[in-house]
Design a protein around this ligand. Structure first.
Ligand SMILES: Nc1ncnc2c1ncn2[C@@H]1O[C@H](COP(=O)(O)OP(=O)(O)O)[C@@H](O)[C@H]1O
Ligand SMILES: [Mg+2]
Length: 277
């Protein structure tokens, strides 16, 4: 049983696991995708639990919001505009102080860590906006991504270029001159340069054509197959649910529906309210 592999995105993408999972001591890891299997709820790899908070002194945007992703999984957050999806991602990344709740990464409570320390702890985050340096070259963007590393970044850069070959071709071009889909590849590549233990993507397919969206989803699945759990916000709800091992519908800063992607795709209320019937 492998729900995520049965959909239109199942079985696609290159099988060569090209991003080395740091947890595996340099070994390539290609775990079985868990599909619809209910994961061990006790030990998510990354979890924001009971998150409540807002911006500055403003009102709460998140209300007791809980999001998690388990090892080997793709978890997806969907929901209407303004629901608080980006705010939840920022809260998990430490850009929004929580009034209540906690964030746990790999068994460690990281609620008090700064975003930079969360990167050091293994979080890779691609924000929804301003996620590349437009006036720098593609390669400089990747180098910037590796700012926390002291070791040789060349092998990781080669892995990113293997994952996104167009970036190797355009490595000396300004990132701002690239197409929307290519800029998103730069942003994801930049995040991978830290060799993250978990990857968080906020609307990685925003503003790209359906074909480019499909390609980006394939690459995201490929990254997940290397063993990096992925938490992603998507506005293309149906396609996102098709690849989601775990899925969250957020409404007004609160959890409205949670389940496997397949469960939510089959849920009449989710279909009617969020998938157009
Ligand atoms: N920097 C900010 N300062 C104040 N309010 C914000 C800020 N960013 C977002 N908001 C508000 O938080 C709510 C949720 O926004 P957001 O998390 O961006 O939603 P989504 O990503 O689901 O579209 C909205 O009401 C939005 O106006
Ligand atoms: Mg958003």
């Amino acid at each position: 049983m492998s729900g995520a592999n049965d959909g239109p995105y199942g079985g696609r993408g290159v099988r060569d696991a090209s991003i080395v999972n740091p947890r595996a001591g340099g070994e390539l890891v290609t775990p079985e995708r868990s599909g619809d299997a209910t994961p061990a709820e006790g030990a998510p790899f990354l979890a924001g639990r009971g998150m409540t908070g807002g911006y500055g002194k403003g009102p709460d945007i998140l209300h007791d919001c809980t999001i998690s992703v388990n090892p080997g999984q793709i978890a997806v957050i969907v929901g209407p505009n303004g629901a608080g999806k980006s705010t939840a991602m920022k809260a998990i990344f430490g850009m929004l102080p929580l009034r209540e709740g906690s964030v746990v990464l790999d068994g460690q409570d990281i609620t008090a860590l700064s975003p930079q320390d969360r990167v050091k702890a293994g979080m890779g985050f691609v924000p929804q906006t301003n996620n590349i340096f437009a006036s720098m070259s593609v390669e400089e963007n990747l180098e910037m991504g590796a700012f926390i590393r002291q070791d040789d970044i060349r092998p990781t850069m080669e892995q990113v270029y293997d994952l996104f070959p167009i970036l190797r071709e355009k490595r000396h071009q300004h990132a701002g001159e690239l197409s929307g889909g290519q800029r998103q590849q730069v942003a994801v590549g930049r995040a991978l340069m830290t060799k993250p233990k978990v990857l968080m993507l906020d609307e990685p397919t925003a503003g790209v054509s359906p074909i480019v969206m499909d390609e980006l989803f394939d690459r995201i699945i490929e990254v997940s197959r290397t063993g990096i759990p992925i938490l992603m916000v998507e506005q293309n709800a149906r396609q996102a649910l098709e690849i989601a091992d775990r899925a969250y519908v957020l409404v007004q800063g609160a959890n409205a529906h949670t389940g496997s992607g397949r469960e939510l795709l089959a849920d009449p209320e989710v279909r009617r309210s969020f998938l157009g019937g």
